[in-house]
Write a protein that binds this ligand. Sequence first.
Ligand code: ADP
Ligand code: MG
Length: 373
Amino acid sequence: MQEKRIKKLSEQVIRKIAAGEVIQRPSSALKELIENSLDAGSTYIKIHLKKEGMNMLRVIDNGCGIQFQDLPRLCERFTTSKLSKYSDLKKITTFGFRGEALSSISYVSHITVITQTRGSQIGYKAEYKNGELVQSRSQDKKTNQDDQIKIIPVASIPGTQIDIENLFYNQPSRLRSFQKNNQETQKILHIVRCYSINNPQVNFIVTQEEKKLPLFICKYSFNANSLERIQEIYSIFVQKSFLNLQINTIIDQSFLLQLEGCVSNLNYFNKVKDSEKNIKKSNFILFINQRLVENKKIKIQINKIYKEILKTKDHPFIFLNLILPPECVDVNIHPSKKQVQFLQEDLILATIMNNLKTLLMNHLCEDQKEKEN
Ligand code: ADP
Ligand code: MG
């Protein structure tokens, strides 16, 4: 057999492979765009979908906007306004820092950006493919070669609109798998629900090309908090269906653990039996330092406690917003930032579980007392 030589992959192939890690589906692209809008200080985020986000995913925000001078490199890999030296990672408070999301999206779709900074009188439109600024599809091909000229001044309002069109147009197998399944709108709504619960100061709206009415609206109300958001989203179930879980404690005499959460009570299980599917689909929401993450260990332990104490087979509804000092959390273990690692995991989990147990035991006692009366 002929020996196989080791060759270096071309830059284009490397980028496409890396893009696939960050952007696995329309909802993962949306997560990145929402996080960028939140990082930009937005209080209004509107999402518009065509064909479950596959034909187009549009996010409009009222954040700080992107400066004209930054537009040529917006979709270049590893370009970010949020991190400049490695040590900044220890205390990072923004969602983004890798400068990878827009670049990755541009390798698997066509991006159009319209943006206007606050205080500016004019907006700019720019289009991107494969990490680069490209000529606008509406421009005359012969005339404009220069980067600066590819950016078109437009009438706009402060904030940013990003359109992602024809996602996975150059990845036929992925494209096919999404054409078959029509679960993506639900996945998108799950992401929006989670971020709107954890960001009650922000208005969220989701619309779909084929539908007249919005799929989702969450309006800001004065002093809104996450529990109110949950009530707004799952109205019929929520009345008297949740318990507040709050923790504020020093762990191992060295750092502060803060947790704000909403967890379901006995009432919830009675109501949810013949219920709406939405609440079952988004029934475990975990934010660590404002990042939406997955953590099977926490989920399994919580389900076990519910089984033991409330004797229920159904999955509880859990929303946890865990705040730890940034230096205790490593967010840099996966490009999609879906998983995070934290120091003293066992101690932290034990603290959360003990508090949850006490909360549920007290609830059980009160429920029994009420029944006796
Ligand atoms: P990261 O978020 O890791 O910095 P991204 O590729 O997601 O990387 O975004 C690159 C840069 O583009 C950001 O650092 C930010 O400066 C800018 N940007 C992206 N989206 C927005 C937005 N909606 N509003 C303002 N700036 C944005
Ligand atoms: Mg980002």
